[in-house]
Design a protein. Structure first.
Length: 262
């Protein structure tokens, strides 16, 4: 069953990137399964905030499928220079988010055809602007599903690196859950080396002891306004972002943990 779900996701992405209107290509997705009754999910509100939803608010008797869609190196490399997010990075963000909707619909349909239920948490795409937190944390769940460990850059680092995006789907499929990884993927957490992500974060949002989500958001908004000005009122053009998105991503590119991890 786990292989079947993984293949659905991997095959969908391979086919999706062939579409004429899509410019982004992705590396092979990683898939994990989180135990909804794991201590770190049962206490998810203590780790995130008190309004975080529980998997059982989405579906009864839940397990959670978590997947990571890794970006390609050319997308990451396009985002090394300049303080604004690159056009290619912004477009990859937008095209990945659009793909998530279609991929999730497809997966839910496949799971329903097998006689089970599946749904996404409707709150996952939103966050409270006063505290910059969502009522659904994909990566908290993805960590419990064994996909990665958190780095100093505050990103969840997988065996394929941290440069990419996550999604989670709640289901009642009968699958055995995966376990969180034991070994740290972040070099600083492992042996006090690196900290390249802190150097790349020109806004000062990242330090070795802290992540300031408000400073980070201010920086992401600079790219939002810039691309909104450039493309916001234009007809969508292939290979160009459609208006602005609150992105930056300097803390995930050009790092030892951006891609494959030993
Ligand atoms: C709100 C939000 C933002 C806000 C606030 C950022 C933030 N880190 O909270 C802003 C707009 C600033 C932002 C910026 C970015 N974001 Co953003 N964002 C989100 C969103 C919608 C919710 C995150 C959230 O609620 N955070 C609140 C905290 C409490 O939860 P969390 O960060 O998810 O997980 C924490 C807990 O699990 C906790 N934790 C885990 N174990 C333990 C143990 C203990 C003991 C404790 C106390 C805590 C604890 O630590 C985790 C990390 O802080 C998610 C999508 C989603 N719904 O999950 C994307 C998401 C986190 N963003 C993402 C990305 C890529 C970015 C950017 C790089 C922008 C870009 N795309 O170019 C930057 C990087 C910011 C950074 N370095 O963290 C990705 C992360 C991918 C990855 N590899 O980890 C996500 C998951 C989107 C996705 N679909 O993939 N983002």
């Amino acid at each position: 069953m786990k292989n079947l779900i993984t293949n659905f996701i991997v095959d969908f992405v391979r086919e999706y990137e062939k579409r004429d209107e899509i410019s982004t290509t992705w590396r092979e997705p990683l898939v994990g399964f989180a135990d909804a009754y794991h201590e770190q999910i049962m206490h998810i509100r203590d780790y995130t905030f008190e309004e975080h939803l529980m998997p059982s608010d989405v579906i009864e008797d839940p397990t959670i499928i978590a997947y990571f869609i890794p970006f390609t190196k050319d997308i990451a490399d396009s985002n090394i220079e300049r303080e604004l997010a690159s056009e290619k990075w912004t477009l990859a963000y937008q095209e990945t988010n659009e793909m998530f909707i279609k991929l999730n619909d497809y997966l839910i349909k496949k799971i329903e055809e097998m006689g089970y239920k599946a749904a996404v948490c409707k709150e996952a795409g939103d966050f409270k602007t006063d505290i910059l937190k969502s009522k659904w944390s994909h990566r908290h769940i993805a960590r419990v599903a064994g996909l990665g460990t958190f780095g100093i850059n505050n990103m969840l680092i997988t065996k394929e690196g941290c440069c990419g995006r996550y999604f989670t789907i709640v289901t009642n499929l009968p699958v055995s859950p995966d376990k969180p990884l034991e070994e740290e993927k972040c070099l600083y957490k492992k042996n006090k080396s690196c900290l390249m992500c802190v150097k790349h974060c020109f806004s000062g949002a990242l330090s070795k002891d802290n992540y300031d989500r408000f400073k980070c958001y201010e920086t992401c908004l600079k790219s939002f306004y810039e691309y909104e000005k450039l493309y916001g009122d234009k007809e969508p053009q292939k290979g160009k972002p459609k208006g602005g998105s609150d992105v930056c991503g300097k803390c995930v590119v050009n790092l030892p943990c951006s891609f494959k991890q030993p």
